[in-house]
Design a protein around this ligand. Sequence first.
Ligand code: ADP
Length: 182
Amino acid sequence: NKVLLETRFNNKTIRIVHGDITEENVDAIVNAANEYLKHGGGVAGAIVRKGGYVIQEESDKIGYVPTGSAAITGAGKLPAKFVIHAVGPVWKDGKSGEDEKLESAVFSSLKIADEKKLKSISFPAISAGIFGFPKERCAKILIETAVKFLEQNPNTTIEEIRFCLFDEPTLNAFVNEFSTRF
Ligand code: ADP
């Protein structure tokens, strides 16, 4: 995967990466999951196909994860050590708490990684695929939430936060947001 942009923030590194999250060499990759942790299509489908059905089996033991929160499993055969299943909101009209739920899903994922003492984590564009969240707005919330987490948790074990974008339009949205901010 290709690093396109990077910055240092509070002694930590934030990177924008173009590629397939299943190939990320990090402690944890984040999955854009649904509340039932049924990993069918999109990034979730790719994670189970490449990591193995063991990820679905571990997810079934967890069962239900409400929107705005996250849960962790192993990563099967993937290079990552763990998969953090974050449940973002389905886009409705932008006035139904979507922004807050997306922020909360990202923040919960970072909290789990910190509690596990992980050093690196890679996020996909949660909710910006099948769930229909506008890409620019998703990019803004994901990057802002990462910054907020690092500000609020100066002693976190997390040293690197990556955003791994698969398709060109989503990648462009993240590059724009990142370039504006840093
Ligand atoms: P959601 O249901 O939360 O919208 P999706 O999996 O449909 O989740 O899409 C989230 C984002 O993940 C989209 O931008 C999609 O292009 C992207 N995506 C799909 N496959 C991969 C992959 N292998 N690695 C990284 N991102 C991916």
